[in-house]
Ligand binder design. Structure first.
Ligand SMILES: CC(=O)SCCNC(=O)CCNC(=O)[C@H](O)C(C)(C)COP(=O)(O)OP(=O)(O)OC[C@H]1O[C@@H](n2cnc3c(N)ncnc32)[C@H](O)[C@@H]1OP(=O)(O)O
Ligand SMILES: N[C@@H](CCO)C(=O)O
Length: 489
């Protein structure tokens, strides 16, 4: 299937260690459901974490065995798409508190052997991200190429940038906010009240054969209205009647929009747990990255570069909230691109506007920095080492360039396989005689295109990447760049 990651399966990992939650409560064990697409490269530098919204799950792309619908962000995840699985290793995990495989209120409470129900501790977006961090550590990934998501997924992406500034190079936050507003909390509360007013909810202790479907259905109907826009509803349904030509002067389902909302509500009760709805909407309410009422202060520690996207017709997470995020980042001198896409779909536009999303996300991810493609485990050699040592290290590691380090660990020079050949031909004895001391280097935060241009101008095929103290933190080679460009074509 072109453009698809094909058939996929959800994996599970359980961490026995307790997770200390923001509330001070403790959760153990913690199971995380996740899917991965694409391949993790040798340097483990091409991983992208995708975070889902309120009712999403780990199944972002491809098809489960026998299913006819793909994952929820299949339009942007796959070979050749924005989250290009030919280039990136994409990870998507289900949040804790959810009901799609990660530990949540429907999981078995080890203290009682029964489902947690309301004994499940209240969780926050920060807790969701802490649990995700365990998964990313478990996969051996020190730094994500990017973390991305829409709606609650965007909140998680922002939380990653604040909680783990070194753990993601890029952050993509779409149709989201950095702090929930009164209106957002209000809609969440109406949904929760609908669930809790259902007698079948039974204080959260409902059996599997008697679920609070009426309350959850109503909550989703209200919620779903907020995910659309006035224009989208008008365009989809107008004042059309459902299966009749005249109004009936009664209270049965008459309008198409009523029928549609019933359908959305019914479908939701078959795929979502009522208690998870309470917990996750509460986590949304608590989300607030501001410090002392200042978003700029709250985002000050972020180190990633950001893409912030809003949807013009989104009245649940209106564009002004995305602008606030972009302004707060810019106030800190943090690189940020902001774009409001034109769309009539409302909040769910981030799930439906594949063309605009692919263009914006793809362009943002393609803007690569040296640190995105450098090899971080490239071998080096000490200045005092012998030519024989240098030859051995090159052969063992199959490399042609060895940065030479001075005693203090800073860059003293570079030696190439050509230098070794010359040393043999001219009977040189020490590394000092053959290495180049005037080394052309690259900086981790410069664009790859700049480093490539320097290599081309000087006819050099690899540059040591050095930090501000001239310590070698990696190596960028023309081979790595041409592989990348080949894959982009
Ligand atoms: C974001 C995450 O992380 S994951 C969560 C994302 N997924 C969801 O939110 C799932 C539920 N939401 C939806 O289906 C959303 O509307 C979207 C955004 C995903 C899909 O949007 P669209 O493609 O525009 O679909 P639309 O909203 O028109 O709904 C189509 C459904 O409504 C049904 N429908 C349309 N008109 C009517 C009607 N008059 N009466 C009854 N049902 C109707 C269709 O038959 C279809 O049903 P199906 O989904 O069971 O096949
Ligand atoms: N419709 C999506 C977006 C909500 O923010 C969901 O149900 O998760």
């Amino acid at each position: 299937m072109p453009g698809s990651v094909g058939t996929v399966r959800t994996g599970y990992v359980t961490f026995p260690e307790p997770l200390i939650l923001e509330s001070g409560a403790v959760l153990a064990p913690v199971t995380i459901a996740y899917e991965t697409y694409g391949r993790l490269n040798r340097e483990k530098s091409n991983a992208i974490l995708i975070c889902h919204a309120l009712s999403g799950d780990a199944h972002a792309a491809g098809y489960h065995e026998g299913a006819d619908r793909p994952g929820w962000w299949d339009g942007v995840v796959g070979p050749g798409k924005a989250f290009d699985t030919d280039r990136y290793f994409v990870v998507c995990s289900n949040v804790i508190g959810g009901c799609k495989g990660s530990t949540g209120p429907a999981s078995v409470n080890p203290a009682t052997g029964r489902p947690y129900a309301l004994a499940f501790p209240v969780i926050t977006v920060r807790d969701m991200v802490r649990a995700q961090k365990r998964l990313i550590d478990h996969l051996g990934i020190e730094c994500l190429a990017a973390v991305a998501g829409g709606s609650m997924g965007g909140m998680q992406a922002l939380q990653w940038a604040v909680a783990y500034p070194e753990a993601a190079r890029k952050v993509i936050a779409i149709a989201t906010t950095a702090r929930s507003t009164a209106q957002q909390i209000a809609f969440n509360e109406v949904g929760r009240q609908a669930v809790m007013a259902d007698p079948a909810w039974a204080g959260g202790d409902y059996p599997a054969d008697h679920l609070p479907v009426q309350g959850l259905r109503l909550a989703r109907m209200i919620g779903h209205i907020t995910y659309l826009s006035d224009g989208a509803m008008r365009e989809k349904f107008g004042r059309n009647l459902q299966g009749r030509s005249t109004v009936g002067y009664g209270f049965s389902t008459e309008f198409q929009v009523e029928s549609y909302l019933h359908h959305q509500g019914d479908t939701f009760t078959r795929r979502f747990d009522a208690n998870s709805y309470l917990y996750i909407t509460r986590a949304l309410d608590y989300f607030d990255l501001a410090v002392d009422d200042s978003l700029a202060a709250g985002l000050a520690g972020a180190k990633a570069s950001f893409l912030v996207v809003s949807v013009s017709s989104d009245w649940l997470y209106p564009p002004y909230q995305s602008e606030e995020i972009a302004n707060a980042l810019a106030a800190n001198g943090i690189p940020v691109q902001y774009c409001e896409i034109r769309s009539n779909y409302g909040h769910d536009g981030f799930l439906l506007e594949d063309g605009q999303m692919n263009y914006l996300i793809g362009t943002f991810l393609d803007h690569l920095l040296v640190r995105d493609v450098m090899e971080t485990d490239a071998p080096t050699i000490a200045e005092r080492a012998s030519i024989h040592d240098a030859a051995r290290i090159m052969i063992e590691n199959a490399v042609n360039h060895l940065p030479v380090l001075a005693e203090r660990g800073d860059l003293a020079g570079i030696v190439t396989s050509w230098d070794i050949a010359k040393a043999v031909a001219c009977s040189h004895g020490s590394l000092d005689e053959i290495m180049s001391r005037s080394v052309v280097t690259a900086a981790p935060d410069e664009p790859v295109t700049e480093a490539a241009r320097r290599m081309e101008e000087r006819s050099i095929s690899a540059l040591p990447v050095v930090d501000a103290d001239r310590r070698v933190i990696g190596l960028i080679s023309s081979d790595a760049i041409s592989t990348l460009i080949g894959r982009c074509a």
